[in-house]
Ligand binder design. Sequence first.
Ligand SMILES: Nc1ncnc2c1ncn2[C@@H]1O[C@H](COP(=O)(O)OP(=O)(O)O)[C@@H](O)[C@H]1O
Ligand SMILES: [Mg+2]
Length: 358
Amino acid sequence: METTHPVPGVALRLLENLTSAVLLFDARLRLRYINPAGEMLFALSARHLLGQDAQTILPCPGGQLSHKLEQVMRSAQPVTERELELPLHDGRRVTISCTAQALPDEGSGSEVMVELIQLDRQLRISREEHLLSQQRATQSLVRGLAHEVKNPLGGLRGAAQLLDAELADPGLREYTRIIIAEADRLQVLMDRMLGPNRPQRFEEVNIHQVLERVRLLVEAETGLAVLTDYDPSLPPVRGDVDRLIQALLNIARNGARAAGADGRLVFATRVQRKFTIGERHYRLVVRVEIRDDGPGIPQDLQERIFLPMVSGEQGGTGLGLTIAQTLVNQHGGLIECQSESGDTRFLVYLPLDPSYER
Ligand SMILES: Nc1ncnc2c1ncn2[C@@H]1O[C@H](COP(=O)(O)OP(=O)(O)O)[C@@H](O)[C@H]1O
Ligand SMILES: [Mg+2]
């Protein structure tokens, strides 16, 4: 363990408040210091990272970055690398710019200071805003449409019933029965599109209890064993339990279907710091990840899966994700999807109590 802090007083205060990630490696390229922005980028605590070597922390393809650091150490020339793809321990990938510079240390050797700037953060925020406004537009379209269809449906069904009672010929009644049955089917569909019609009941919800309910349901339906990777320190969210179950169930069912009988379906939870949803900045949000190793979502479908009636499945209603999204939006949250063959992730972000808002 260190006896003195590698960064003294004022410099430390500056570093701790910087929004770019700053890392200090010793002569053997082991991490001596990382600032809070760095912890945030890696989503790991300094305690966890200190002492690890550069290649482990910055596993850019082909050892690209750690070789550069060795070079910097030898030549004492600063190096800047732009638009590097950095895979993180939790499977996320970020695009960074990196500047590395050798600093003489107190003794005879030297240390390397590395500054990382995340480039896709800006991009991501504008993409999220776009996603959210698209989601809102979809929702109001769906609700409007469902109401328009529902209203005449009652009349249609009533008239068919009257006709049914008047018809003497049982052969003709078969037709009125079809009208009634189809009107009922449409009614159910429209109700699903409109979402639950009881008022929301917000309370403190343990998201793991919600996920465990979803897990039991999915396991019972499919026989799949769902794997879990929960962060037990997660604080409760404010929400409506039934709606959260419904939202996550819709996502998990798709995942189970994609994974197939001997595939993998994983539920993971994490806390995420500093996250923007729409125009709101949150200090902390809960991230629920539902991940499967199925074939992935075809590229042309990815942009549209949240739209109603969009389904890649025969007999699918294409409503599952639309409803999930409506319900998550009611909680001030956001659903994101990343998919490639063998790795599809639905990320549900739920803000913690609004008092956490910055
Ligand atoms: N985990 C997943 N893996 C592959 N494709 C998926 C996944 N989740 C959703 N999809 C695609 O998105 C479509 C829309 O899903 P959804 O809205 O639930 O409707 P439905 O399940 O009725 O088709 C699915 O039909 C499927 O093509
Ligand atoms: Mg579905």
